[in-house]
Design a protein around this ligand. Structure first.
Ligand SMILES: C[S@@+](CC[C@H](N)C(=O)[O-])C[C@H]1O[C@@H](n2cnc3c(N)ncnc32)[C@H](O)[C@@H]1O
Length: 339
């Protein structure tokens, strides 16, 4: 939730003149955003920048409560107010209108439930190091939650896939891609678009595969990457946002099995967050810390450094791991290595 302190506010916060109210009300900011997206506030304002009264009439809302909600959304950077009319910012247009290709709206239920069901168990997780929930088993048993999670990850992937696909070294003559835990399959789809001779297999759990993209050169295969046969003869393996959910033993074993599944000279791409990157600032470092806590409480995983992932790759027989940062963002960095 973006907060924009001016110098006086920052000083008041530092001097602790009042209790740290933002910490509590940040959480309410997330719920304000979710409520607005659900009520189609962003869709309506994309159609027509409006005053509070106009918007309240269009969406059948209580005008005074709608006014407060709009002011809060403007304060958080999701709307801009000019001469009494509210309009979208680039952020809300891109991420919170329903039919934007990168819409996060269908994924909001996931965050609402995560905030209320999983995160309150953080204390237990920090005390004994255990994950609060068997996260993916929970998703597999709850189709609606799974759909919402996949919608969220798909929206993020749509934004990231073109830049990542550009830097993935596909070996000459390559034919087969294995997208491990690929879910929606959009990282593969972008690679297929750039390389017409490639075919891809997305390996994921059955419920997750409901979200798999429909593409003539992509097949979805239900199974567990921890337990089931991975197949063989692949030229490229994608592992996007997977190893942060695994412990070290599981990661090392999966890397070894993938080395065996790849053809000699094949490429493995681990897309994840790395905590030894050059961080652009305090907000990014804090975000990475929060992601780390999230992986611990939700899945029993963690954020690793690139160097640590590189060592695990080398231990499994991969050569010359390279660090790539196609988006200049801490949320998706790549470790790329050859078998
Ligand atoms: C964080 S999501 C990442 C999805 C996609 N790769 C991306 O980066 O957008 C993790 C994916 O791994 C899948 N997954 C988790 N455990 C798995 C397992 N044991 N076998 C197969 N897939 C699994 C989940 O269903 C989910 O789709």
């Amino acid at each position: 939730m973006p907060l924009f302190f001016n110098a006086l506010e920052a000083a008041a916060h530092r001097l602790s003149i009042v209790p740290p109210m933002f910490d509590y009300f940040n959480a309410l900011g997330l719920h304000a955003l979710i409520a607005a997206a659900r009520m189609r506030v962003f869709d309506a304002l994309r159609e027509r920048p409006s005053t509070c009264d106009e918007l309240a009439a269009t969406l059948n809302l209580d005008p005074r409560s709608a006014e407060v909600l709009l002011r809060v959304l403007a304060g958080l950077g999701y709307l801009r107010a000019r001469r009494g009319r509210y309009r979208l910012t680039r952020t809300s247009r891109l991420w919170f209108t329903t039919d934007s290709p990168t819409s996060l709206v269908a994924g909001l239920e996931f965050w609402e439930r995560t905030a209320c069901v999983i995160w309150p168990r953080l204390e237990k997780s920090v005390r004994d190091g255990s994950p609060a929930t068997p996260f993916y088993a929970l998703l597999e048993s709850d189709p609606e939650l799974s759909r919402s999670f996949q919608a969220w990850t798909a929206a993020v992937a749509r934004r990231q896939a073109p830049a990542t696909a550009r830097v993935i070294p596909v070996p000459r003559g390559a034919r087969q891609v294995l997208d491990v835990g690929g879910g929606h399959g959009l990282f593969s789809v972008e690679l297929l678009r750039r390389h017409p001779d490639l075919r891809a297999t997305v390996l994921d759990l059955p419920q997750a595969l409901e979200a798999a993209a429909d593409h003539p050169r992509l097949v979805a295969r239900a199974g567990s990457f921890l337990e089931d046969d991975l197949g063989e003869g692949y030229d490229v393996v994608l592992l996007f946002n997977i190893v942060h959910g695994l412990d070290d033993q599981e990661t090392a074993r999966l890397f070894r099995r993938l080395a065996a599944a790849l053809n000699p000279g094949g490429t493995i791409v681990v897309g994840d967050q790395f905590d030894d990157s050059i961080m652009p600032g305090r907000a990014s470092r804090t975000l990475l810390g929060l992601l780390d806590l999230n992986y611990r409480v939700a899945a029993g995983g963690r954020v690793r450094g690139f160097r640590e992932v590189a060592r695990l790759l080398e231990g499994a027989g991969f050569r010359r791991p390279r660090h790539r940062r196609p988006l200049r963002s801490v949320t998706t960095e790549l470790a790329v290595a050859r078998r």
